[in-house]
Design a protein around this ligand. Sequence first.
Ligand SMILES: [Zn+2]
Length: 96
Amino acid sequence: MAAFLFRPVPMIETLSTQALGLVAPWQVDRDLTPEAGRIDFQVKFGAASHACPACGAPAQPLHDRLARSWRHLDFFEYEARLHAEVPRVACAGCGR
Ligand SMILES: [Zn+2]
């Protein structure tokens, strides 16, 4: 008999990730503060490597992460902000 592993994903988590146009290994957590009319999305990169954005070399190790924040279009009545630690690679291919 086959065994299946099933991990249900909360619908709001899937909705947030899809609404922001992100796919794995990007992950999105939300902090909703109704009294402030604000929603903050914490965007996380859940991998230790990434393709080099300069030359395209695959699976380059991350050099560091740069903390950034952006104002997003409102989500319904909530002022929305994105926060992310943007991964930067140390490319063995092109040295950038
Ligand atoms: Zn490169």
